[in-house]
Design a protein around this ligand. Structure first.
Ligand SMILES: Cc1cc2nc3c(=O)[nH]c(=O)nc-3n(C[C@H](O)[C@H](O)[C@H](O)COP(=O)(O)OP(=O)(O)OC[C@H]3O[C@@H](n4cnc5c(N)ncnc54)[C@H](O)[C@@H]3O)c2cc1C
Ligand code: SF4
Length: 564
């Protein structure tokens, strides 16, 4: 739906309606600003469009993935690694995958809702171990915003008082499932910290939304809005203010610049008519996701900014990071022939393991956390990953069914999610020849892991194998070798890409300041993962939203003072 409103001058134009864009829109509309959001994807409403509570056999493909729903036919999120007509390229030798959502709410329609705060050390890593850079802001600057995000959206967890895993304002966590209790006792014996997960799913009624009823299908979108998505938790109340104009199928092409050196709007393609359009605005906020915001800046060239808007430092697109990741799963014989019981819960693990070791005693810097999976949830297409991996599976017909009954729920797996150190070899730039279907130049990625990441992932593999052995289990796959990168996932594959418009106090080494405001263009802001200076061993979205909230507060204050 494209409104006939092009000649109006909005107070703020936000590009992207995901985690960062949704939060910026919520805050700015509540403060009375006239906001337009440009969203490249189509509309979505959890209450109308989610396919919660359907059986896998109700799907013609039994839930198998489709091109635009790579995580399964019932998944809420439309997007994927390959989007028709929107390519990206990689430099020779680079392995990088770019997952993009194309819908209102962006990736928050699917995400795992693991909602971790960065800790005090995560903002000053260079001071602690000499690697990478420090942020120009500290945990104390962001803490009030984490608190407000917790209160606004709702998150469960437990107060643990761990040094670099700050507690939040938590709702009560759900109880561990059977397999999670087994992991917990093995972790305790191996001195691996294992605590209740921290997910943005409400276990009590919260701000007009009902508590989760434990259907375990968060990835399909929640009819009752008991989990967080930007669409229904931020954009719906923003729309209620009457101050939000949401333009869907609006693909931003570039930020336009006035003769006064200020951004004055955004040029975009109306995908429904394939026509070029523009929005006029006093302030522009980019929240199209870290790499796409870098792409927009690099494509916004002018005589004043021949290398791309706000890129006098040459840092736009640089210092990209993703979470390091590897997985190990095993068969746990003790779980065979379990009494069938209800393992419903939230759509995600009820426990996790935050980083628990001291790097001074290890051969790699920075840490990782462990996500735990397994159990007896509703089976879907490809469940159990092939029964032939299990011992004594069998036969046809009745014997095979009995094998499934005996073996279902006997797999426990671990995913490591760790911190990559930004390096000069991991960045994106504009491809000199390739364009997308609207003629917009595309991104070309360069990616490099260093020994820091390889050694960290080796440690993950060894830890997960030790945990499975401690439970009396058998790992499904052999230990990957150094040549196999110890099983490290390719860049981008954990879908936590950050950086590209990093923040800093020194305008020659960073793109935005501590308020996510471009050094070069005072009325231009970035509200996604672009400004991150470090990756941390935490999933990034809670920090994206805390930063977006803080940036919006700054914009409101500056506007009130007439400074913007
Ligand atoms: C399967 C999966 C699991 C995840 N699990 C977790 C987790 O448990 N915890 C966690 O912290 N993070 C998780 N993430 C990552 C999380 O989803 C992202 O960090 C977060 O959504 C990023 O927010 P964003 O606003 O930067 O981008 P997005 O949420 O991707 O939103 C960007 C929006 O901008 C739109 N857009 C892009 N380009 C343009 C353009 N040119 N013009 C107009 N609009 C545009 C897109 O269509 C999209 O709607 C997960 C992601 C996936 C896919
Ligand atoms: S598990 Fe809870 S939050 Fe998730 S979809 Fe079901 S009811 Fe909604």
């Amino acid at each position: 739906m494209i409104a006939q409103a092009q000649r109006k001058v909005y107070d703020v134009c936000i590009v992207g309606s995901g985690a960062g864009g949704g939060m910026a829109a919520y805050m700015l509309t509540q403060a009375g600003a006239d906001v337009v959001v440009l969203e490249a994807g189509g509309p979505w409403d959890n209450m109308r469009d989610s396919v919660m509570l359907r059986w896998p056999y109700e799907s013609p493909r039994r839930g198998k993935s489709t091109k635009e729903r790579p995580f399964g036919e019932f998944d809420a999120c439309i997007g994927g690694w390959d989007i028709e007509g929107e390519p990206y390229t990689t430099a020779p030798g680079t392995k990088f995958g770019w997952w993009r959502a194309r819908m209102v709410g962006g990736r928050t329609n699917h995400w795992g809702r693991i909602s971790l705060r960065f800790g005090p050390d995560d903002f000053r890593r260079k001071s602690l171990d000499g690697l990478g850079d420090d942020w120009p802001i500290s945990y104390d600057d962001l803490k009030p915003y984490y608190d407000r995000v917790d209160d606004l959206i709702g998150i469960f967890g437990s107060a643990e008082n761990l040094p670099n895993e700050p507690d939040g304002r938590f709702l009560p966590p759900p109880r561990p499932r059977c397999y999670e209790m087994l992991v917990k006792s093995a972790a305790d014996r191996l001195n691996v910290t294992c605590i209740p997960a921290r997910l943005s799913i409400i276990t009590r009624n919260h701000n007009g939304r009902p508590a989760c009823h434990y259907c375990g299908q968060c990835y399909r979108g929640c009819h009752t809005n008991s989990n967080f998505s930007s669409t229904n938790v931020l954009l719906t109340p923003a729309a209620r203010t009457g101050k939000l104009t949401l333009l869907t199928n609006a693909m931003a092409r570039e930020v336009t610049l006035g003769s006064d050196g200020r951004a004055n709007g955004v040029a975009y393609v109306d995908k429904t008519t394939s026509t070029d359009q523009r929005i006029d605005a006093r302030i522009v906020v980019l929240a199209a996701s870290a790499c796409e915001s870098a792409r927009l800046l690099l494509n916004s060239k002018s005589s004043r900014f021949p290398e791309g808007l706000a890129n006098s430092s040459g840092v736009v697109g640089k210092y990209l990071t993703d979470t390091t990741g590897t997985d190990v799963a095993g068969f746990i014989p003790r779980m065979q022939n379990g009494v069938p019981h209800n393992e419903d819960g939230v759509g995600g693990g009820h426990l996790y393991c935050p980083w628990w070791l001291d790097n001074r005693k290890l051969d790699f810097p920075r840490g990782y956390h462990i996500e735990i999976w397994g159990g007896r949830g509703v089976p879907s297409y490809g469940f159990m990953g092939g029964i032939d991996r299990y011992p004594e599976f069998g036969g046809y017909g009745k014997a095979l069914k009995e094998s499934y009954r005996r073996l279902y729920g006997t797999t426990i797996g671990f995913s490591g999610r760790g911190e990559m150190i930004p390096n000069e070899g991991s960045y994106c730039e504009i491809d000199s020849t390739e364009k997308d279907r609207w003629g917009i130049p595309v991104l070309r990625f360069h990616w490099k892991w260093t020994d820091h990441e390889y050694r960290q992932v080796k440690h993950m593999q060894e830890t997960f194998r030790a945990l499975i052995a401690e439970m009396g289990g058998e790992v499904f796959s052999p230990m990957p070798t150094r040549e196999q990168g110890y099983g490290i996932a390719d860049g981008g594959r954990i879908i936590h890409e950050l950086g590209g418009t990093r923040m800093g106090s020194d305008a020659s080494r960073s793109v935005v300041n501590g308020w996510c405001q471009a050094h070069d263009v005072k009325n231009l802001f970035v509200a996604d993962g672009g400004p991150f200076v470090t990756q941390a061993d935490k999933n990034p979205t809670w920090t994206i939203m805390a930063l977006a909230m803080r940036t919006a507060d700054y914009i409101i204050a500056q506007r009130n003072q007439g400074a913007l």
